[in-house]
Design a binder for this molecule. Structure first.
Ligand code: QAP
Ligand code: CO
Length: 178
């Protein structure tokens, strides 16, 4: 297992649309393990492959208090939603910013597990929000896209000030520059 570097908004690579996984092989299982390790290290409750610059439809979540209920989703499809809920969201790719977003209250999602086996999960509350947030990443969408243009611009400017060329230079070139 290894920690992977997380891209920060407004890095344009966060806008890539991830491709479906054809076969859940050892490479995908290694990606899942690295996503979980990177998420727990942050610490966070969800992470999508897009955020570590891997444009495959893979995400992980764990909203449990003990950080002992990891779920991996390969090729997730939210096939049913009901109701709405509002919750404050953050994102490892938008560090330090938290805003309230409206999402579906209940969802049902189909996906493959780490063994390539199809499963269906129903979720509500924070878990439902987290899965929706991570599925958005696979389509190049961020929680800041749900905010007003003014709020989004303010967040963008502050993050650009921290890392002025984050949207133009590869993440590796920034490593060690604080
Ligand atoms: C998505 O986000 C989420 O700003 C997962 O400095 C978050 O794990 C869904 C994090 C909240 C629903 C509610 C954010 C860590 C973690 C930061 C995360 C930070 C350090 C975000
Ligand atoms: Co996120």
């Amino acid at each position: 297992m290894a920690l992977r570097q997380v891209l920060h908004y407004p890095d344009s690579r966060l806008r890539n649309k991830a491709k479906p996984v054809a076969v859940v092989d050892d490479d995908i299982r290694r990606l899942i393990d690295d996503l979980l390790e990177t998420m727990y290290d942050a610490p966070g409750i969800g992470l999508a492959a897009t955020q570590v610059n891997v444009h495959k439809r893979v995400l992980v979540v764990d909203v449990s208090a003990e950080h002992d209920q990891p779920h991996a989703f390969v090729n997730p499809v939210i096939e049913f939603t009901e109701g709405t809920q509002e919750r404050e969201e953050g994102c490892l790719s938008v560090p330090g910013f938290y805003e309230t977003v409206e999402r579906a209250a209940h969802i049902r999602v189909n996906a493959l597990d780490r063994d390539g086996k199809a499963f269906t999960m129903t979720a509500e509350g924070l878990l439902a929000v987290c899965i929706q947030h991570e599925c958005d990443h696979l389509d190049g969408k961020l929680f800041v896209d749900y905010l007003s243009g003014l709020k989004r611009q303010r967040i963008k400017k502050k993050l650009q000030k921290r890392a002025p060329d984050s949207s133009r230079r590869p993440a590796v070139a920034r490593a060690g520059r604080g």
